[in-house]
Design a protein around this ligand. Sequence first.
Ligand SMILES: Nc1ncnc2c1ncn2[C@@H]1O[C@H](COP(=O)(O)OP(=O)(O)OP(=O)(O)O)[C@@H](O)[C@H]1O
Length: 593
Amino acid sequence: MKHLFFLNKYFVKYKWRVIPGVLFVVISNIFGVVPAQVIGHAFNLITENIAIYRLFNGFDRQAIVYDIFGYSLLFFGALILILYLLRGLFLFFMRQTIILMSRHIEYDMKNEIYAHYQELSLGFYRRNNTGDLMNRATEDVNRVRMYVGPAIMYAINTTVLFCLVIYFMFSVNSTLAIYALLPLPVLVVAIYYVNTIINQKSEKIQAQLSRLSSFVQERFSGIRVMKSYVRETQAQEIFADESNAYKNNSMGLVKVQAFFYPTMLLLVGISTILTIYIGGKQVINGAITPGNIAEFIVYVNQLTFPVTMLGWVTTLIQRAAASQKRINEFLQLQPDIQSGGQEIALDGNITFKNVSFTYADTGIEAIKNVSFEVQKGQFLAIIGKTGSGKSTLANLMMRMYDATSGEILVDGKSIHELDLQKYRSKIGFVPQEVFLFSDTIKNNIAFGLNTVTDGQVEQAAKDAAVYYNIVGFDQQFETMLGERGITLSGGQKQRVSIARALIKEPQMLVFDDCLSAVDTKTEEEILSNLGRLMKGRTSVLIAHRISTIKNADKILVLDEGKIIEEGTHEELLKRGAAYAELYQNQLLEEENS
Ligand SMILES: Nc1ncnc2c1ncn2[C@@H]1O[C@H](COP(=O)(O)OP(=O)(O)OP(=O)(O)O)[C@@H](O)[C@H]1O
């Protein structure tokens, strides 16, 4: 429950909805309870007037008595109607304040969570799966909304109604009140237990449904693999099994519900019978009027719905507390990477001093005591076997992670001192895994800029050597990518992703093995464009092919997280060690192919 205290700040923020909301609940309940008394009076009127009417049997006056009787009844009918209309009006106001407030809180929470997610560093996204992140921002927020809206509304409603009804019942006749209310505690306990069972079953159904949808989603995403390995029949069988489990769980729930509602009605029925039986005795004793019995029956029926709601409200509160706990876990996380305050022009002098880095979640030491320097305007290349730590080095340069030990200097300042957003915005980073949004090619290229001209987009596409591919599509730069659009080839995707970095006219470029799917001729074209565009600015290129990097000012050869060689292409060939061997192997491969 204490997790829900987090929401108190929202109640304070929306106090001018909460206070009138509570007031409307009280007023609507008063208008809900008073008609019971009017019905009681009307009932008494009928019993008394019928006797008077009969007295005038055979007299002309009987018609007048009949008229008065009719008008009085009409008056009571109209009064009840007006009272219920007023109740309806205040119920409308109650929903307009409390439920609307819950929607405002839902909106605020979603924004708060999303903003917080964006502050968290890459490590957080590695540790938590996307489904979990999504669930906390959608499903969990929704459950919390059910607490701040309906749960609170019904809880106040039930309390107010109970107080009013019990007060009126006891003020009429306490013996009858006790008997009429007798079955209610049984009803409350029964509802609580049944609700717990319904809850457990619903959770199971929900979990089964998630399993089913994840299964379907994964199989359809990997439809190519599915079809090429001819696994459709097996998938169908698994789907049928999972669906069957879902169906069985749902049937169980239906059984409980089917048993629950008649039981509830039975208890209400018992309450009504007791009211009539005990009420009848009290009427005979002259303690109450027959109208009071009618009044009590209305009260008993009025209490049924709120009592049923009580179990539901408890469930809502329990669920909301569990969801808020999950939300708080993420909201209380501090980003691993804290931005500094300094803004620099970014000349592009990068220094690594004895840098080591271990991935906290796996304990893999990906970078071991690495030191190197790249100066403004230089072209630095990094090469090495797979898993040697090249991408990790690029990520450290982007400050996606902080080094476990050692120091990284940018233009002579510790990377920790820099304003992170401003620093990153000056770098054109192309990650190894290309990611394109389900949007037009134009918007994908222009992603890093707030305003952009068509000319800029076209130029970036030309620099990334993808322009002629794009203009070959029917919709050209407006071509949609992703699920709703076309699928680009691996090389085309890499080049669109390069264009996205180039359009920023960055102060520094970091390319993480993003030319691997591009043929050597196109690669040369891109490299020559880069030479022109990045003149006087620093470029860092991670590559597997020596052809990509042979013109670099400095080449770092990485192996198992360490720099094993460093120098220019010629220097490294002269050394005749790992780099020279790699070069020979690649030459041989090329000749063979
Ligand atoms: N997010 C991560 N969490 C844990 N360990 C990781 C993570 N990313 C990489 N590693 C590990 O760190 C080591 C270096 O990986 P890295 O991706 O830097 O190598 P790489 O040289 O870029 O490889 P490749 O050429 O195949 O892309 C590997 O052993 C890898 O398993």
